[in-house]
Design a protein around this ligand. Sequence first.
Ligand code: GDP
Length: 566
Amino acid sequence: MDITTGSREEAREEEPGWLGIEEASPFTVKSKATKVTADAKRWSSLVNATLVVLIMTMPPLIFIGGRLGAPTVWIKSTVANLGAPDGEESNKDVLLGGLLVPGFDKQSCASRYQSVYYRKNMTRLPSPYLIKRLREHEALQRRCGPGTKPYIRATERLRSEQQVLDSNDGCNYLVLISYRGLGNRILATNSAFLYALLTNRVLLVDPGHGNTLPDLFCEPFPGSTWVLPPDFPVTNFRDLDEAAPESYANVVVNRSRSVTGLRFVYAHLDHDASQANRLVYCDDHREFLHRVQWMILRTDQYMSPGFFFNPAYESELQRMFPRTDSVFYIISRYLMHPTNEVWGMVTRFYNSYLRDADERLGIQIRVFGDENKSAQHVLDQILACTSREHLLPAVASTGGGGGAPPLMTSSGSKAVLITCLSSWYHDNIREMYWKSGAENGEVVSVHQPSHEGRQHWFHGEHDMKALAEIFLLSLTDKIVTSGQSTFGYVSHALGGLTPYITYRTMDETVADPPCARTVSMEPCAFTVPHFDCVKKDYTVDIPPRTATIRTCEDVFWGVKLTEAEA
Ligand code: GDP
């Protein structure tokens, strides 16, 4: 990530029953959500949902009736076809082993049902416990989200400047201030969702200054919206910073954990968060935070590794993610479904340029600073990396000059997907394989979807292109990403790819070695607690490492989740 650019402007081990989660669980609430805000427009097909519920509950009834026959066949094929591209019969598990719920309108969010046809099979499967917790969380969002009576009551209390503690509705909220580049925003959203899950809070995401969130992602929760409504009563919430009286550090250090008189607590877990504010990672949510109905969170970071330092979350995290290195991967498959506009860009490009290749290599190039400056050392470093790791074939030394080119080649094909703000790197690599053939006879084609020149802030179309490229990168077989780039982190983690990461140098030289295969597919987290979460003494600097939390290859102060070595 580039933190120098941009501004602030900018339970039990059981299988979940089929739609068998109690609406009230895990709270004891009597009032029922009656109305969903118009913002939840993507959940448009109630009829569809009802049909699915009927379909899914009918087979046992028919079986009990002893009339296995034509109706059962019809039901099975109807369910199997849910989500399949039109006209395509398939037995692909579009719902990813129960990670996703059926019933969303297939037309309004095609990616939710089609991704499985483009992605490799999942290498990490959701645990039954996680699935159960997700269904509970969906019920919570539906019961307490915007448009419901509990939400109206909660926002009215906030608006009337009352102290907002101990709500009777059992509805607590986490508002995520979303800003910075898309990679940062996705990391923040993914990990904020994990925090919402751990603390039973409804997640509401600030759509950003350009209101770009609805352009990018479909609603993830059925019958509810995750978009923070525009009439959210804390009007200046985007200006909150560490100095705010409501900041977590202030409550813990200066107010002796007293939240009296406060309407909300503000968690500042941005890249520059002080160690005192990072205490929130170690909060067991029992002491005082559970009484606070509204939490507002600012982060541009991947927070999830930080929660693993908290003993209070240990067993819950273990049950949700028996494999530690699957956190981002599984949550992103659950949460991040690009809108039809973005998904169309992904699929059209993929089908045109990548689908038919024997192998797809993604190369993500992020040049911090002057994006438009052509950096020879960056190109040299990428070529050194792809050569050393045998990701790209060497070009024939005879060049294009003398030798007769072969009539045909049967040595396979490789499609290289390059993403970058500049087209210079793409042009050079493509020309290299145009002027000379690959030494091993492979056909190498080089493609780049866009070259936007520079990063734009809060610009819907620009963000949509960026998101399409992140998803395209995630569909490749192998990937090279740029060190310290959250755009790169998201691209490989979304695809479940363990990347080759190029080291960022500050003196315009080629790093030696130029790149390294990382220890895990998880993104790197830059801002985690540097102290003992049990003692909570944030003045003692203890580098955060455990058997499953290791130092990032490209950022010595960052950590990433890994699977423990055997
Ligand atoms: P980071 O700065 O590399 O950590 O990544 P971010 O995604 O947080 O911010 C960079 C922003 O610059 C992206 O969100 C895009 O707006 C833009 N950008 C950077 N690289 C690319 C690219 O390869 N393609 C496109 N379309 N946009 C890019």
